[in-house]
Design a protein around this ligand. Sequence first.
Ligand code: SF4
Length: 176
Amino acid sequence: MKIEINLDFIKDMGEQKKDENWKFRSYLKALDIEPSELDSIVRKINNEVSSQIDCTKCANCCKVVYPVLDEEDITRFSSGLNKSIEEFKSVYLSISEEEIDKFNFNALPCPFLKDNKCTNYTHRPKDCESFPHLNKEDFNSRLMSVIEFYSICPIVFNVYEQLKDTLWHRDWRNYI
Ligand code: SF4
């Protein structure tokens, strides 16, 4: 399948395919497949797709998604900046409204994004490192965020579309 990287197109598709994406989520939820088998299919497709997409030409996640930072992330990130934890927190972070005891950057695009690259990359938060989280276990339990990221991340868009092609239209047992 052709790999789609046009962010405007992907955003439009997020609207146009909203119903289809929710329908496919329901299909996946009801699918008679072991979670580990589904994870392995997703990993395989994700690895194929990711190898064909250059994140430094995109950086859309850094422009539109607030990553979550815990205390460990904050300690590591501030040390990479040679700033104290308190200074880093007061200048760059706000308390997360969704997760207890966690923080978000207080601005988008990420204040540390320059020329589509992270200026503190080796000290980046775990949430940034694992984005778009497709290699994590139990894909089926994270489908709401997959649909959320479908319209902003080319990797998620292409993986979800290829999953539809693989699981909706063919016998997934041939894919394992
Ligand atoms: S993870 Fe997705 S949104 Fe982020 S830079 Fe890579 S392709 Fe773009």
